[in-house]
Design a protein around this ligand. Structure first.
Ligand SMILES: [Zn+2]
Length: 339
C-alpha cells in the first residue's frame, strides 16, 4: 500500500511543461452507407465537433500547427486539426457544410487518380473547397498504392513506383488547383525507412494512421493521427485522445515498423522523470502486453504472433490532471497480402 501511495505521488510530481501538443483527427467517409471500418456516422461526427467545442479546444490549420508542435512553439491552448483521406463524396456533401458553418479549418488528402470517380469528390468540388478559407488540399499519392517496398521488388523498381506516385499527385494537384501544400498522407498509413527518406528529401510533412498527438519528439516523416472511423472514434475514449500529450520519446529513432519477427519487439527509452512501471501498452487484438524494464528502457513484446498486415502497440502513461501521454508504434507485415 505504501508503495502504491508513493507511486501515485511520484506520478503527480512528474514535471509537466505548459506547452500543448497537437491532436490530429483522421476521417474517411462521413456516412452511414459506406464500409464501417472507414466510415464515421454523421451523428458521431457532429458529436465529435460538439465535444471539441465543449472542451474549449482550438481547431487549427494542419500545416502551421504541425510545424509549431515540432518546434515546441505551439501556444498553451490545446489544439486539434481535422483531416480527411481519399476525398470521398460524403466529405463534401456532409462534413464540409458542418465545418464551414462553424468556420473550422480542415485538410483533405487527395489520391488524384480517383478524383471524379463515383463516390469521390470532383475537381470542381476540390477547386471550390480550396477557395474557401481554412481548407487545405494535400497529397495522398496518385494511385493510392502500398508504397513501402514490396519483398519481391527491386530497389530501382520501387523507387520509380513510389516517387512517381508522390510526384505525379503533387504535379496534378498544382496544375488543377494552383500551388498546393507540401503535406502527404501515406495510403493505408504504411511506410518504411526508404519511403520516409523520400518524403524527407522533398521536405514534405508526412502523416500516418498510428494514434497519438504530435509533439516536439515526433518525426516529420511519421506524424501520428487518431483514426476516427466509428469503431475507433467512440465518445467514451474521445476526451482521452483530444487531451492526450505526446509521450516524450524520440519517435524518429524507433523502428520503421516493417517486421522481421512476429511478434515484434519494441524498446522505448523513457526520460528520467517517467517511471517505467506506470507505462501501459496494448497490442491489437491481444489486450494488455507484458513489459520488461531495465532502468529507463522498457521492452514491449506481445505474447502471440499477429495475423494481420498492420497492427499496433499502443502505450499510455498518466500525465496528471486526468490526462495521458500517448504513443502508438505501427507494425507492417509485408508478407501478408495487400488490401
Ligand atoms: Zn487513403
Amino acid at each position: 500500500m505504501l508503495n502504491r501511495i508513493l507511486a501515485t505521488g511520484l506520478i503527480a510530481l512528474a514535471p509537466l511543461t505548459a506547452r500543448a501538443d497537437l491532436v490530429v483527427l483522421q476521417y474517411h467517409h462521413i456516412s452511414e452507407q459506406t464500409p464501417a471500418s472507414t466510415s464515421t456516422t454523421p451523428e458521431l461526427f457532429r458529436s465529435h465537433l460538439a465535444r471539441i467545442g465543449e472542451l474549449g479546444l482550438e481547431v487549427v490549420p494542419l500545416e502551421s500547427a504541425t510545424r509549431a508542435a515540432l518546434d515546441g512553439t505551439l501556444n498553451d491552448q490545446e489544439q486539434v486539426a481535422i483531416t480527411f483521406d481519399d476525398a470521398y463524396a460524403s466529405v463534401w456533401s456532409t462534413a464540409a457544410p458542418l465545418l464551414d458553418e462553424l468556420g473550422l479549418p480542415y485538410t483533405i488528402f487527395v489520391n488524384t487518380e480517383a478524383v471524379g470517380r463515383e463516390g469521390y469528390m470532383t475537381w470542381a468540388q476540390l477547386k471550390e473547397a480550396r477557395a474557401r478559407t481554412g481548407v487545405t488540399i494535400a497529397n495522398h499519392s496518385h494511385d493510392h498504392g502500398h508504397l513501402a517496398r514490396r519483398p519481391d521488388e527491386s530497389q530501382q523498381a520501387w523507387h520509380r513506383r513510389a516517387s512517381d506516385s508522390l510526384d505525379r499527385a503533387k504535379a496534378i494537384l498544382d496544375d488543377r488547383l494552383g500551388d498546393t501544400a507540401t503535406l502527404f498522407a501515406y495510403p493505408y498509413g504504411e511506410y518504411d525507412s526508404a519511403l520516409e527518406e523520400m518524403l524527407d528529401e522533398r521536405n514534405w510533412l508526412a502523416y500516418g494512421q498510428q494514434s497519438g498527438p504530435i509533439g516536439e519528439g515526433s518525426d516529420e516523416s511519421r506524424l501520428p493521427r487518431f483514426p476516427m472511423a466509428t469503431p475507433f472514434g467512440q465518445l467514451s475514449s474521445l476526451n482521452d485522445k483530444l487531451r492526450s500529450r505526446a509521450l516524450p520519446v524520440d519517435t524518429g529513432s524507433l523502428p520503421d515498423g516493417i517486421i522481421d519477427d512476429n511478434p515484434p519487439t519494441l524498446i522505448l527509452e523513457l526520460p528520467e522523470d517517467l517511471r517505467p512501471g506506470a507505462l501501459t501498452c496494448f497490442g491489437s487484438g491481444q489486450g494488455r502486453l507484458p513489459l520488461e524494464a531495465e532502468h529507463q528502457a522498457v521492452t514491449v513484446q506481445a505474447p502471440e504472433p499477429f495475423g494481420n498486415r498492420r497492427f499496433r502497440y499502443n502505450c499510455t502513461y498518466p500525465a496528471g490532471e486526468g490526462r495521458y501521454y500517448w504513443f502508438s508504434q505501427q507494425w507492417v507485415d509485408l508478407s501478408r497480402p495487400e488490401d
